[in-house]
Design a protein around this ligand. Structure first.
Ligand SMILES: NC(=O)c1ccc[n+]([C@@H]2O[C@H](COP(=O)([O-])OP(=O)(O)OC[C@H]3O[C@@H](n4cnc5c(N)ncnc54)[C@H](OP(=O)(O)O)[C@@H]3O)[C@@H](O)[C@H]2O)c1
Length: 385
């Protein structure tokens, strides 16, 4: 098959013929129809940690099941059947240890880490959901402990309403975080006030369904934390997701918190260029990969474990997404799709150029084609078939 292959020793990637992957125990073979691009794809292309001669890049995919390991023969689950439309994510080249990548014609993955698509969801739309959807869900549910339709949880603050801040509301993570926060509100029966930060040009989108923000401020206003505090009528933020987690966003988000507030970062201190060690309330941080059930080796002795409960949560989350197929309606609204021209061979020169550097440092890169404008409230997607 064709795959977009990283050669770590030279830091280059090109479309090459690679062996068709063979499904292991509990795994299915998926013919990839669409892939979505995430900042992490570019990051570990630019600074490889993979130790193999070659690694297939790519995380998010959607496609159709075309084969399975013999141990799944006779299983009634639709996700093991030929022709079922599914989506999921894999590690790509974002680890030192060898793991599968999605930027290819085929990918293998455990069937229970896939979800079935409802008929009205295109492969392109579906490819935007899995990785960032699960990342936001891990923050709100297992880590914050909020209740959801697919996991236990409870809310301790007695204030009414519960103030939730999503810093970076127009990021892919933020677009899923808002939808999931509404699910937590429904599951708890409590009233949530959803407060967000995004460019003013995105406020209309974010005020409307399925995001339904109550309050929006522009993160470019230097006094945005004051505006957020004013919007909580002095109570402060009970739960905050900082989807940017770069430089001063961490301290600023911290400054908006209620004394019992919880907040979550999505980058580590080195990559995000901040120091959170002196903050009064320590943030949650984790990587989405733990949901895949394999430890992640980042090199230099840094190994993130794969707790079984993280995989169990991912399985439940994907079952929940897949229940939309029975109901004929997607459980999470996909990110707005920017369909990129070309195929695997355009990912490095086009998509990765748009994603390079810190998210808050991205600039207009001066390419004049319509598809090369800066990313705002959308996900870059390539059709593979
Ligand atoms: N820990 C994990 O497991 C994990 C998983 C997934 C992602 N991540 C990380 O999370 C970060 C976000 O990823 P993503 O894919 O959601 O990003 P993205 O969709 O590519 O982010 C683009 C958005 O960022 C917004 N933005 C840029 N600078 C901002 C700032 N200073 N303040 C607020 N918003 C700003 C822009 O908003 P406007 O258009 O409104 O200006 C734009 O819409 C990345 O660093 C990614 O690597 C971590």
């Amino acid at each position: 098959m064709k795959g977009l292959v990283l050669t770590p020793s030279t830091g280059t990637a090109s479309v090459l013929d690679v062996p068709l992957p063979v499904p292991g125990s509990g795994e299915v073979l998926v013919r990839v129809h669409a892939v979505a691009i995430n900042p992490v794809d570019q990051f570990y292309y630019n600074e490889p940690i993979a130790t193999q001669e070659q690694r297939v890049l790519g995380v998010d995919f959607a496609g159709e099941v075309v084969g399975r390991n013999a141990d799944l023969n006779g299983f009634s689950d639709r996700r093991v059947k030929d022709g079922t439309r599914v989506a999921g994510f894999v590690q790509g080249a974002n680890s030192a240890n060898d793991r599968p990548g999605a930027f290819a014609e085929y990918v293998v993955t455990p069937y229970d880490l896939l979800w079935e698509l409802p008929g009205d969801l295109s492969f392109e739309e579906a490819s935007t959901i899995s990785m960032c959807g699960l990342t936001a869900a891990q923050g709100l549910f297992p880590r914050f402990g909020l209740p959801s339709p697919f996991s236990q949880g409870s809310i301790t603050p007695v204030d009414d309403p519960i103030n939730v801040l999503i810093y970076g509301s127009s990021t892919s993570l933020g677009l899923f975080g808002a939808q999931l926060a509404h699910l937590a509100a429904q599951a708890s029966g409590r009233k949530f006030r959803l407060i967000g930060t995004a460019s003013t040009s995105k406020h209309e989108l974010l005020r409307s369904a399925p995001y339904n923000y109550d309050v929006l401020v522009d993160y470019r206003d230097a006094d945005w934390p004051e505006k957020v505090k004013a919007a909580t009528a002095g109570t402060g933020i009970h739960f905050a997701l900082d989807t940017i987690s770069e430089r001063d966003t961490v301290e600023k988000v911290h400054s908006t918190l209620n004394p019992q507030g919880k907040y979550h970062l999505f980058r580590g201190q080195g990559g995000g260029q901040f120091d959170s060690s002196k903050l009064e309330i320590q943030p949650f941080y984790g990587t989405v990969w733990e949901g895949l059930g394999h430890e992640v080796d980042y090199g230099d002795g840094l190994v993130f474990p794969a707790p079984p409960e993280a995989r169990e949560f991912a399985v439940k989350f994907f079952e929940f997404l897949g229940s939309g197929a029975e109901e004929g309606k997607a459980k999470l609204h996909p990110n707005p799709v920017r369909k990129m021209p070309g195929g695997l061979d355009r990912i490095v020169p086009d998509a990765f150029s748009l994603l390079s550097g810190l998210v808050s440092d991205r600039k207009d890169i001066g390419r004049t084609e319509e598809h090369m404008r800066p990313i705002s409230g959308e996900k870059l997607v390539y059709s593979i078939v």
